[in-house]
Design a protein around this ligand. Structure first.
Ligand code: HSE
Length: 419
């Protein structure tokens, strides 16, 4: 006979996700999980749940011995960290959706899970309804993950879709995303790539055992992408997506970053529109696999939280297998990227930093080049993030050192230079 714990939940937060979860739980009586108390910041707000469930005193949840699971779906990073760490120390399992808090505090949270032996689950924190973390932990339980790439932010994907397919202005598209509840309270977190970066920091751990602080990972968002870039994309039959990716190089080290990218129309990620997210995993033997689903919104995120709650009934813990049971991979800067860069003024572009430039275009509307840059240039400088510059990766952007030497030789030959 299987053993299933009864779960008594203390819920922190009753916003888009919290309320979604509350309704989902009410429609899932078979789970035998009940919410005993809900802690909120504003007691006077009208809520879609019985008044007696609510409190503003966090200790009513954290110190209640009957509550064995804390579900934390609040917006404030510091308060979320405080709640999660106190709950673990008080012997409660925790489900969290606070991606920023998780990404910024992973070393401490790993330590605390070991020390307390309590479980901390956070499937909702990365790609919401797509069960990517548990798949990486359980199904890809080996060191054969070659590459992972993802559209991990629903708001930016929604804005790109609305701008380039429905011809909406950026501001209008953002407003729609905000009205639908996809966007962060501070939408620059979405637009400038921070949210995708936080999710990527979390997924790098489950993909490769890499525990890195978000600020050490190269990233940007879609803030500088403009209609001229969209025109180039159309001419070349590409879509523009904000892609978080990681690839194991020939020496076993991992290249990882979050940057806008031109995506071929037959690429799985081109299929991902609006607030949907998508993840493509390439592994040693299974080749490519594509996960697709809603990455934001009340019920999709609530459903991921529900799945974690359900897993706690049989005491599920992440084992962090890539980190603890395998030799974790290391991040490297030792590779090159093929990039498109558009700009107003070419005085801002350090042309001498390019290995080579394949295409150079200048007319009244737009100036752009396509060339190959060492990744370290992106890591160590900021010119490519300036207001008047937009950087978009090529469809197959990563070039390894050995390939660079071969390609250089070939391009010189094409240019008629005999070696
Ligand atoms: N703002 C986030 C997004 C919400 O747009 O993806 C889901 O994490």
């Amino acid at each position: 006979m299987s053993y299933h714990k009864n779960l008594t939940i203390g819920l922190f937060g009753f916003g888009v996700v919290g309320e979604g979860l509350y309704h989902i739980l009410n429609q899932t009586p078979s789970l035998k999980a009940t919410i005993k108390k809900i802690c909120v910041k504003h007691p006077d707000k009208k809520r879609n749940a019985p008044k007696e469930l609510f409190t503003t005193d966090r200790n009513e949840l954290l110190l209640d011995p009957e509550i064995n699971v804390i579900v934390e779906v609040i917006n404030e990073t510091e308060a979320a960290f405080e709640i999660v760490t106190t709950a673990l120390k008080n012997g409660k399992d925790v489900v969290s959706s606070s991606k920023k808090m998780l990404a910024e505090n992973m070393p401490e949270l790993l330590g605390l899970q070991k020390q307390t032996n309590m479980s901390l689950l956070y499937e909702a924190a990365a790609c919401a309804s797509i069960p990517i973390i548990r798949n990486l932990e359980e199904y890809y339980d080996n060191d054969l993950v070659q590459s992972v790439k993802a559209i991990a932010n629903g708001t930016t994907n929604f804005i790109l879709t609305k701008m380039f397919e429905d011809k909406l202005e950026f501001k209008q598209a953002l407003l729609l995303a905000q009205q639908s509840g996809f966007a962060e309270t501070d939408p620059t977190l979405d637009i400038e790539g921070y949210d995708a970066l936080n999710k990527w920091t979390i997924l790098l751990n489950h993909s490769y055992g890499i525990v890195e602080r978000p600020e050490n990972i190269v990233f940007t968002g879609i803030q500088n992408i403009n209609q001229n870039d969209a025109m180039v994309a159309r001419e070349k039959h590409y879509e523009i997506k904000l892609v978080a990716q990681a690839k194991k190089l020939n020496n076993g080290d991992v290249a990882a970053f979050v940057l806008p990218q031109f995506v071929n129309q037959h690429d799985q990620l081109a299929f991902v529109k609006n607030e949907y997210n998508g993840v493509v995993i390439e592994s040693g033997f299974s080749d490519k696999q594509f996960f697709y689903g809603k990455g934001a919104g009340s019920f999709p995120t609530g459903s991921a939280v529900l799945s974690d709650i359900s897993a706690l009934r049989y005491d599920y813990h992440y084992e962090y297998k890539k980190l603890y049971h395998h030799q974790p991979n290391r991040l490297t800067e030792d590779f090159y990227l093929k990039v498109y860069i558009s700009f107003d003024n070419n005085a801002f572009i350090p042309k001498e930093k390019f290995e080579w430039i394949e295409e150079w275009h200048a007319d009244l509307n737009r100036n752009y080049l396509i060339g190959v840059l060492p990744f370290s240039e992106l890591k160590n400088t900021k010119w490519w993030k300036e207001d008047n510059v937009s950087l978009i990766l090529s469809p197959e952007p990563i070039i390894e050192d050995v390939e660079i030497r071969k390609l250089k030789k070939k391009s010189l030959e094409l240019a008629g230079v005999t070696l």
